[in-house]
Write a protein that binds this ligand. Structure first.
Ligand code: NAI
Length: 210
């Protein structure tokens, strides 16, 4: 699968296709035309065809797309055909919400540990993990295959903690702290800035009102 040449814009759209295809499979729908998919997703059929053509089309004239095949192929492009181990740093509101959310595991994201600097949280069970001291972090990372660290700590701590994780060999950060981490270029950072998302919504409300 030549996923290297697929544009970022297409890659950003793939998780949404993946979600719709997963729902179609749950409803035992075996095939779908680009027109039907476009009506469900409110995306033009030509956009869907163009997007899917990026990895070989998969559609057949008069048949449409085989839902399971497309789901599997998009999953491969997104690297979802295997599991990813995730640790959480920060067992507060956001860390707990993530650790307690069961659907990440269905997508192959396995939360293996949660760490916090507050000793009073140690030993508390959240989801399938027990809160551990930050003192255990180095050993845990060296003994386990940790691919992703979710940073759900205050922004004042985020950069230092992220840099420490990088020095332990963690190469991907899922950053909830409202700050830029400024990590080396080979470290992957996916920011989840909820306040920024709300500000965009605020702008759209303002636009409607004007
Ligand atoms: P919180 O205060 O409930 O939890 C933060 C946790 O991080 C605490 O348990 C604390 O002991 C731990 N911690 C602090 N420094 C640490 C360090 N150096 N190493 C390890 N653990 C450390 O905070 P909350 O609400 O969960 O927010 C977490 C992050 O997500 C913050 O950066 C916040 O700005 C951001 N955020 C929170 C939202 C919310 O709705 N709560 C929404 C959007 C973003």
């Amino acid at each position: 699968m030549a996923s290297k040449n697929i544009s970022r814009a297409v890659i950003r759209r793939l998780p949404r296709y993946y979600r719709y295809l997963s729902e179609l499979m749950e409803n035992n729908i075996v095939r779908i035309s680009s027109k039907e998919l476009s009506e469900r997703m409110h995306v033009t059929a030509s956009q869907i065809r163009q997007d899917f053509n990026n990895f070989g089309g998969f559609g057949q004239q008069g048949y449409g797309y085989n839902v399971e095949f497309l789901y599997t192929e998009i999953g491969k492009v997104l690297g979802l055909e295997r599991t990813h181990n995730v640790i959480i740093i920060g067992a507060g509101n956001v860390g707990r919400a993530i650790a307690n959310y069961p659907d990440f595991k269905k997508r192959g994201f396995v939360f293996t540990a949660i760490f916090d600097s507050n000793p009073s949280l140690e030993g508390i069970k959240i989801g399938e993990c027990v809160v551990q001291s930050m003192d255990n972090l180095e050993r845990f990372v060296s003994e386990n295959d940790v691919e992703i660290a979710a940073l759900t700590i205050p922004k004042c701590a985020a950069r230092e903690v992220a840099a420490g994780l990088v020095s332990l060999g963690v190469k991907a950060m899922w950053n909830f702290a409202p700050t830029d981490l400024n990590l080396p270029g080979d470290v992957l950072v996916e920011n989840v800035h909820l306040a920024e998302s709300l500000m965009r919504l605020s702008y759209r409300i303002k636009e409607l009102e004007e």
